[in-house]
Design a protein around this ligand. Structure first.
Ligand code: CMC
Length: 437
């Protein structure tokens, strides 16, 4: 970041001295006003719930231009990465800043592949869960539990330890997600096979069993790989900020990623794909395309509490570029499986068309986000609805760990400690029991 020639001046109407604040420029995107000296100089905090105007860090990993609907990983547009690269190349890029050449790619794939198995004792953690536990609760627990197995890579001040932990997390998440699924349906866990690609191996761990092997379908594997690429990072979203905040205290990377998974679980974040598919299924049950008008009217009624799930985004005020790619993948997968007439896909497209013409959505710049179509693709791949957010977690692990590593390496890094505007009771005396109301 560089200093701007422009400075901001903060003045007060009560005659307190004004304060000059430096402004920094990034490579692209909005400039930032440095308010770090504000409290020391004025005794005042800033107030910004939800971080509407606050940059909590500097980062060189992912850039989003919400107005243009642009998403760049290390400068490369998501549209190009989704078409020209696979997920592990994308991981290498996010972690290292550059795309790998052939030799680097082969070495990286080999390293990740060597770490796909989890410690055999991990299965006992799974067996402690109810079979009907939500997969995200199992993942929060088991990913956090990885900290107890890999003591040799927990020194966060050691760059090599951080790299090993990053590889372990990327390699083991598919294994844990697949084990979560197998446990939920009462089938034996399937060990990873290292002669398969990252995504093909995951599909096999999900869908093969000791009696029947899984035949890899390239179109479906490619679709899963695309889902992973599209969800790999998204700059300082809620779960990534959670990972950074957890990591700012020096917590180990497995614990930090478990915190990120917990945050991702919520329906306003990673849980939205599950919620979007549920919404489509509900409309379909109630009459399908015919009932869209009625549903849209409910969404527009503020008292109904109903939202059009898979629509709207804090940053994108234009079509989410990931949603376009996901819609394309949706076509490919449904065609491959002979499901061209899939009623939910038709319903989603009709809903999208109507919403994009409706003034409520147009005036609020509400467009489809990645989750609008990803549920339909995942369902077609055979992934159960409850596991959708687990797939998101598997994809986002690389983004979380790249952002965590960037934070740990940043000399400006401090423990995260937001301040508050206190609106509770001022100091008072504890009354004796007899005098309490
Ligand atoms: N359906 C109906 N109205 C909406 C929706 C929606 N999906 N999203 C926003 N609005 C309205 C909202 O009620 C508000 O209206 P008004 O100005 O009249 O009060 C206006 O649009 C602005 O919304 P906001 O809630 O202030 O926007 P936000 O930036 O705080 O929320 C959001 C962003 C993603 C939480 C929200 O759009 C939402 O809940 N969408 C549905 C859930 C969803 O699809 N989430 C996935 C996000 S993408 C995946 C990811 O990156 O994690």
């Amino acid at each position: 970041m560089t200093n701007s020639d422009t400075k901001a001046t903060l003045s007060f109407s009560d005659g307190s001295p004004s304060l000059e604040l430096p402004i920094y420029k990034g490579t692209i995107g909005p400039d930032v006003i440095d308010i770090r000296k504000l409290y020391g100089s004025t005794g005042k905090f800033t107030y910004d719930p939800g971080f509407m105007s606050t940059a909590a860090c500097n980062s060189s990993i992912t850039y989003i231009d919400g107005d243009k609907g642009e998403l760049l990983y290390r400068g490369y547009p998501i549209e190009q990465l989704a078409v020209n690269c696979d997920f592990l190349e994308t991981c290498y890029l996010l972690l290292n800043g550059e795309l790998p050449n052939q030799g680097q790619k082969e070495k990286f794939v080999k390293t990740v592949t060597n770490h796909t198995m989890v410690h055999e004792q991990m299965q006992f953690f799974f067996r402690g869960f109810r079979r009907d536990a939500h997969p995200m609760s199992v993942l929060v627990g088991t990913v956090g539990a990885l900290s107890s197995f890999y003591h040799d890579s927990l020194d966060i001040t050691d760059q090599h330890h951080r790299e090993v932990s990053a590889i372990r997390l990327i390699a083991k998440l598919p294994t844990l997600v697949a084990m979560t699924y197998k446990y939920s349906i009462g089938q034996p866990f399937v060990y990873p096979r290292n002669d398969l690609s990252y995504s093909a191996n995951f599909m096999r761990m999900m869908f093969s069993n000791p009696c029947e092997d899984y035949k890899v379908n390239d179109v479906l594997v490619r679709a899963l790989d695309r889902i992973l690429i599209l969800h790999a990072d998204h700059e300082q979203n809620a779960s990534t900020s959670t990972v950074r905040l957890a990591g700012s205290s020096g917590a180990n990377p497995f614990a930090c990623i478990a915190a990120g998974i917990a945050c991702l679980w919520g329906p306003a974040h990673g849980g939205a794909n599950e919620a979007a598919l549920q919404m489509l299924e509900d409309i379909q049950k109630e009459g399908g395309v015919e009932r869209i008008g009625e549903f849209i009217a409910k969404v527009k009624d503020k008292n109904s509490g109903v939202k059009l799930m898979g629509f709207g985004h804090r940053v994108y005020k234009n079509y989410d570029p990931r949603a376009k790619l996901m819609r394309e993948t949706c076509y490919e997968v449904l065609n491959e499986l002979g499901l061209h007439d899939d009623p939910l896909f038709k319903l989603a497209m009709a809903l999208e068309k109507i919403a994009l013409e409706d003034d409520y959505f147009v005036s609020r710049k509400l467009y489809p986000n990645v989750d609008f179509y990803s549920g339909i693709v995942q369902r077609a791949l055979g992934i159960p609805v409850a596991l959708f957010t687990g797939i998101f977690a598997m994809a986002r692990t690389v983004g979380w760990i790249a952002q965590w590593n960037e934070m740990i390496s940043d000399p400006e890094q401090k423990i995260g400690r937001p301040r508050q505007l206190f609106v509770g009771s001022p100091k008072r005396e504890v009354p004796p029991m007899a005098k309490r109301g």
